[in-house]
Design a protein around this ligand. Structure first.
Ligand SMILES: *Cc1c(COP(=O)(O)O)cnc(C)c1O
Length: 358
């Protein structure tokens, strides 16, 4: 493979985790990382692959004070023949550009973004695990580096990509989760930054997550920030419901993250001849559908889990069970098809996979 970015190989390769069943998520990192700087007037420059190491930052570094930061999340999968593939990486490239625009940051050209990931993953190819369900999680992020406390956009940035071998999300098989409808905290509002992957959104979501966990729930179902009426997302995933034979999912109103998995699910479901409506959905409508027996299935979708079936939903003193707490047929078929395409077991007739190396 020809490299467009200079590579400095590590002189101290780390010991890779021997037991792939104990990888977990986001705790160990591969040997290398990608770095590229931005300087006003000069643009993006000095893209390079270097040994993974701590970064040195000035304490007045803007990102530490005003959170001018965006990130992406994607995975590289090892196929049975050993080759390594990404899933729809240009979708992540475009989404990061949209996040950049909202946060007044310079965009990374799509080709540069995808090439940087491809070359880094190729350098650290041995870090892509082999077991079913495992992957190399890829975390690109850009943050403001000006050493200055003024509240305005930074003039310098760092684009960094790190990789973390991840275990299977479902080591004991896919199982439905209990979720709680959050009526106090909101994740995002229209006009805000909900449609971007910026770090601040996640800091704001932690309290509700902790409160739901105390009540025994695994995830938060977020409501809209204005009327606290319409469902938006579940945890850091998009959400879908099957009601009366149709799939419904919240429309991209500005406070919802446009997931690559969401988009892929919508395409697949429609290709199976099932209608998909993107619209406003009230929590009340869902609880009524559960009562009159038309709420058939619910699931979250995102890169980490692919599909996360929802077994029950609590809202203040009400609690409903969905599909008797079991995985529904649509959720199962989505998981099997999407993960099948990502891992090379199902034919990729839509051209969603992107080969990194053999
Ligand atoms: C990343 C993310 C998603 C899922 O997006 P994918 O591209 O499918 O991984 C959904 N909601 C939030 C809030 C997210 O951060």
């Amino acid at each position: 493979m020809e490299f467009t970015f200079p590579v400095t190989y590590t002189e101290n390769p780390k010991t890779r985790p021997a037991d792939e069943s104990k990888l977990g998520f986001g705790r160990t990192f591969s040997d290398h990382m990608f770095l590229m700087n931005y300087t006003e007037g000069k643009g993006w420059h000095d893209g390079r692959i270097v040994p993974y190491a701590p970064l040195e930052l000035d304490p007045s570094c803007m990102v530490l004070h005003y959170a001018q930061e965006v990130f992406e999340g994607m995975k590289a999968y090892r196929w049975e023949d050993g080759s390594i593939h990404l899933f729809r990486p240009y979708e992540n490239a475009k989404r990061m550009q949209n996040s950049n625009e909202r946060l007044c940051m310079p965009a990374v050209p799509e080709e540069t973004f995808v090439e940087a990931i491809k070359e880094l993953v190729a350098v650290d190819a041995e870090w892509v695990p082999h077991n079913p369900g495992t992957s190399l999680y890829i975390r690109p992020f850009i943050f403001a580096t000006d050493a200055h406390l003024g509240v305005h956009a930074s003039e310098t940035y760092l684009f960094c990509i790190i990789c973390s071998p991840s275990g299977s999300y479902y080591p004991n098989g896919m199982s439905p989760v209990d979720i709680y409808v959050e009526s106090r905290d909101v994740r995002a509002v229209r006009g805000g930054t909900g449609y971007t992957k910026c770090g601040g959104n996640y800091a704001a979501s932690l309290r509700a997550g902790e409160a739901a966990a105390k009540k025994g729930y695994v995830q938060v179902l977020w409501l809209d920030g204005v009327e606290r009426k319409y469902v938006e997302e579940v945890g850091a995933m998009n959400v879908m419901f099957k009601v009366g034979g149709k799939v419904i999912t919240p429309e991209l109103s500005g406070s919802i993250l446009p997931g690559v998995t969401r988009k892929s699910c919508i395409d697949l479901i429609r290709s199976w001849g099932i209608e998909v409506e993107e619209r406003l959905i009230t929590a009340e409508e869902l609880f009524e559908a559960a009562e009159n027996g038309t709420l058939e299935e619910a699931w979250g979708c995102g890169t980490a889990a692919v599909i996360s079936p929802i077994g029950s939903m609590g809202w203040e003193d009400k609690k409903i069970s969905i599909n008797e707490g079991k995985i529904g047929p649509t959720a199962q078929k989505l998981y099997d098809t999407l993960y099948g395409i990502q891992s090379g077991k199902v034919e990729d007739s839509l051209g969603w996979t992107f080969k990194v190396c053999d």
